[in-house]
Design a binder for this molecule. Structure first.
Ligand code: 2PG
Ligand code: MG
Length: 394
């Protein structure tokens, strides 16, 4: 396939910040993609190029200039060949030259073109590309937002309900639970990921509220993203005005796992605290998953290091942390090679692009994080999963 022309423009993400959207043209075919943007970003992520004022004009220039002319001069027989070419063209270990946001937008849109040429849905193309067994991911729905996504009204960034089973059934259950929680909380602000952002004076309160929903809906469990990178202070962590050493924070998690129906804890410690991750993973073995996000950064090398240190047992997969579909698929394969669970994730600054839903379904991920129900960018991902359920039944 030859991509003869690329259009690129700035659109607004769910926080109103500019991000990249591309349209690829190949003969009579065209495909679009836009990329999300994180707020609690780790330092090991691929580089999202932006100007000091947040603008993406330079990135758009990289796409319509160098990337477009290099791609127009070549034919690619597979999406892996195209992605590999883009990664080599950038030439840096973290995509700092052309920008991970430039490369990923083109990588996603070209995967859509290849799927169209093959006449298969996007999830099917991803399933085939990685040799996966497509399956519906469990829904990780962020009901209570905190941390950097809600001005730190609560220390932990995400308090989620995880629901297993058929997407349409899980979606209906969590949507009802979301409405019930809203009625219980009353008039509270909303956070960046379309969940409630209340203030509580104890760390346990959100867990008590979610646990009562788990009692009502037995197919659900609680998951959190502590996003502990954002809580770092003086060789420890600050939580609700208290300073905790890593060992004390581990005790907090052990207490929560003992008292509440906890399914997983993401980023319980800061991004380089391998020994603390390893301690907690061992302590909670059989009880609750420990998930790496900023810790692993969807980076095959970091996932392998985490495996050597036996630091986690599940990995968050965010394509924009690594910057191409090819490498995100590799990250899933490496995660699985250690017997760990991949959980695919949106970012806190999202667009209407639903690629992550197809990706999560296509790789047969353990779960998908796609936010709360009070934002159209989040709903779009769930709606796409519902559509995939119908497509897969045909
Ligand atoms: C996370 C994400 C997505 P952000 O930490 O897992 O929920 O947040 O995109 O701000 O990094
Ligand atoms: Mg996270």
């Amino acid at each position: 396939m030859r991509i003869d022309r690329i259009e690129a423009r700035a659109i607004s993400d769910s926080r109103g910040r500019p991000t990249v959207e591309v349209i690829l043209h190949a003969g009579t075919l065209r495909a679009m993609a836009s990329v999300p943007s994180g707020k609690s970003t780790g330092s090991h992520e691929a580089v999202e190029l932006r100007a000091a004022d947040g603008g993406v004009m330079k990135v758009l220039g990289n796409i319509t200039g160098e990337i477009a002319s290099e791609l127009a001069a070549r034919d690619f027989s597979t999406p892996d060949a195209l992605d590999g070419f883009l990664v080599d063209l950038d030439g840096t270990p973290d995509k700092a030259r052309l920008g991970a946001n430039a490369i990923l937008a083109v990588s996603i849109a070209s995967q859509r073109l290849f799927a169209e040429v093959d006449g298969v849905p996007l999830w099917k193309a991803i399933e085939k590309r990685g040799g996966f067994a497509a399956a519906p991911p469990q829904l990780y729905v962020n009901l209570i937002n905190g941390g950097a996504h809600a001005n730190f009204r609560l220390p932990f960034q995400e308090h989620m309900l995880v629901c297993k089973g058929k997407t349409s059934e899980a979606f209906a259950i969590v949507r009802t639970a979301f409405a019930k929680l809203g009625a219980r909380l009353g008039d509270v602000p909303m956070g960046d990921e379309g969940g409630y952002a209340p203030v509580f004076d104890t760390l346990e309160k959100p867990f008590e509220l979610l646990a009562s929903l788990v009692d009502e809906y037995p197919r659900t469990r609680i998951a959190i993203d502590a996003a502990a990178n954002e809580l770092r202070a003086n060789a420890g962590y600050d939580l609700l005005g208290k300073h905790l050493k890593p060992t004390q924070l581990a005790q907090v998690y052990e207490g929560l796992a003992a008292h509440f129906p906890l399914h997983s804890i993401e980023d319980p410690f800061s991004e380089d605290a391998s020994a603390d991750f390893a301690y907690l993973t061992d302590a909670l073995r059989g009880e609750c998953l420990v998930v790496g996000d900023d810790f692993t950064a969807t980076n095959p090398l970091r996932i392998e290091r985490a495996a050597r240190e036996q630091a986690i047992n599940a990995v968050l997969i965010k394509p924009n942390q690594i910057g191409s579909v090819k490498e995100a698929i590799e990250a899933v394969c490496i995660t699985r090679s250690y017997g760990w669970e991949p959980i695919c994730s949106h970012r806190s600054g999202e667009t209407m692009d639903t690629f992550i839903a197809d990706f999560a379904y296509g790789v047969g991920a353990h779960g998908i994080k796609a936010g709360g129900f009070a934002q159209k960018e989040r709903i779009a991902k769930y709606e796409r999963l519902l559509e995939i359920e119908r497509e897969a039944a045909e």
